[in-house]
Write a protein that binds this ligand. Structure first.
Ligand SMILES: Cc1cc2nc3c(=O)[nH]c(=O)nc-3n(C[C@H](O)[C@H](O)[C@H](O)COP(=O)(O)OP(=O)(O)OC[C@H]3O[C@@H](n4cnc5c(N)ncnc54)[C@H](O)[C@@H]3O)c2cc1C
Length: 449
């Protein structure tokens, strides 16, 4: 089931040539396109399905700095500053509000995790408040939380996934960008080893700079170009409730659930804790790189077998620019929500917040998260393919990073000074590179517009 997201109409005209093509209309691609259009560049944003159709329209809407890996903190801090100005810059409501976020814990393991989060936050000068049971009770009046400790960042916030990427996309169009929806990018063309065009299902757009912000599809796209990008897919589920009074005013995450107040007066609810990872041939191929992460998080991960195994076997890994690609075969990744997991989350939420007992559920949906071996994104020049920048692998927390990550990708693609040091996001931290069989310019016959 698709969550309701603000519809963005695509433009009908395919430009012949632009300065920058952005592949993917999620929060990263839309942020990059918006930033580049603001800089006065000629931009085309190309999306195979709908703007915010995948992760960026399906997430919890948390915009946080707290709880990030050290590698992400500077980008998280810059992104929050950017979120603050986005409503004005796009002349639209992204739903961003600095509402505060609380993490709470009740077991020794959760408390140890919280202590680590607190130490990391202190290292980056982030103001976090430690909460005891009384402080938790004062922050969530009427709640029956079994958690005994908490950490709060009063000025972390939230935004609405249904609004944010569409606002950025429309904002980019206001500044001259062309938005192509329902238009898959099949591959890239090169001249003398440098990117010279993107090949879309509607024709070729000439350009010397491309940002690949294709979320869960980036590994497949890169693989066809001979670039080894480690990335696996994880399924997750979310629900939203009808408006209800007396629930929490801050977003809260503990060992059992995550809950966020929505602009419409309802709540976005999901389960925190054990995450199912689908076993597929592609996951097995990548097992050595993911082994450490899987081992470290073994209590949070459940390996499962389902229909994605067959789907993976059927998916072609290489193709030419004149062929129908997997991107056209699946316009929008729309997995079934996991009913039992959501029921449990809602039960735990209702236990903690009596105001939500019996609340009406308006929507349930699934989402596919793209994860790298260390849970940190790749924002980097593609190895051996000048002109291509990869911005992907946000591992379940890229919505909050969106504005900064999009800008960083844009700065890399255009050779400008970057807002943060991009070194932690380099692809070569996983080894690999580009194979000799890279399919540059592997286009038998470019499709005609
Ligand atoms: C259930 C869930 C909860 C989450 N909660 C949070 C949260 O609270 N806070 C947070 O910070 N993050 C959260 N995340 C993670 C966050 O949503 C993602 O990290 C972020 O949205 C990734 O954005 P993206 O633009 O990289 O990818 P996406 O939003 O997935 O966008 C990629 C786009 O590329 C398009 N595309 C792919 N291939 C092609 C092609 N060849 N041609 C054209 N288009 C193509 C796809 O159709 C897609 O629209 C959550 C994710 C999920 C699923």
């Amino acid at each position: 089931m698709r969550p309701v997201v603000t519809e963005v109409r695509g433009d009908s005209r395919l430009p012949n040539a632009v300065d920058l093509v952005v592949i993917g209309g999620g929060i990263i691609g839309c942020s990059a396109a918006f930033w580049a259009a603001e800089q006065g560049l000629r931009v085309a944003l190309v999306e195979k399905g709908r703007i915010a159709g995948e992760q960026s329209g399906r997430n919890w809407g948390w915009v946080r700095r707290m709880g990030r890996a050290a590698a992400e903190y500077p980008l998280g801090i810059e992104s929050l500053k950017l979120w603050q100005g986005l409503n004005e810059r796009t002349a639209r409501d992204t739903g961003f509000r600095r509402g505060g976020i609380v993490y709470a814990a009740r077991t020794d393991r959760e408390r140890a995790w919280l202590a680590g989060v607190e130490a990391e936050a202190a290292r980056f000068g982030l103001a976090v408040a430690r909460m005891d049971k009384a402080a938790l009770a004062a922050t969530f009046p009427g709640a029956r939380l079994s958690d005994t400790e908490g950490l709060m960042t009063a000025d972390d916030g939230r935004a609405e996934p249904a609004l944010a990427a569409p606002a950025l996309a429309e904002g980019a169009r206001d500044k001259g960008a062309v938005l192509l929806t329902g238009c898959a990018v099949r591959t890239l063309e090169t001249e003398a080893g440098q990117v010279s065009a993107v090949v879309t299902e509607r024709g070729v757009i000439r350009c010397r700079a491309v940002i690949l912000a294709a979320g869960a599809w980036s590994r497949l796209f890169c693989g066809n170009l001979g670039i080894d990008l480690p990335q696996v897919r994880i399924r997750s589920s979310v629900l939203r409730t009808a408006p209800v009074k007396g629930g929490p005013e801050l977003a809260l995450g503990n060992g059992r659930f995550g809950i966020r107040p929505r602009l419409d007066g309802g709540y976005t609810v999901a389960r925190r804790g054990r995450t199912p990872v689908q076993l597929t041939p592609d996951v097995l191929r990548q097992a050595p790189r993911f082994a450490r992460g899987l081992l470290k998080n073994r209590r949070e991960i459940a390996l499962t077998l389902d229909g994605s195994l067959i789907e993976d076997l059927r998916t072609p890994r290489t193709w030419q620019g004149d062929a129908i690609t997997p991107f056209e075969a699946c316009r929008v990744l729309d997995p079934e929500p996991q009913g039992a997991i959501l029921a449990r989350a809602l039960r735990d939420v209702a236990q903690a917040f009596p105001a939500l007992d019996g609340v009406q559920v308006l929507e349930r949906w699934g989402g596919i998260i793209d994860v790298t071996p260390d849970g940190v994104p790749v924002i980097d020049h593609a190895p051996g393919l000048p002109g291509l920048v990869i911005a992907t692998g946000f591992s379940g927390h890229g919505f909050g990073l969106g504005p900064g990550a999009g800008q960083l990708a844009g700065e890399l693609a255009t050779g400008r000074t970057t807002l943060v040091d991009p070194a932690p996001f380099r692809l070569d931290r996983f080894g690999g590179g580009r194979t000799a069989t890279a399919r540059q310019g592997a286009i038998a016959q470019p499709p005609t517009p």
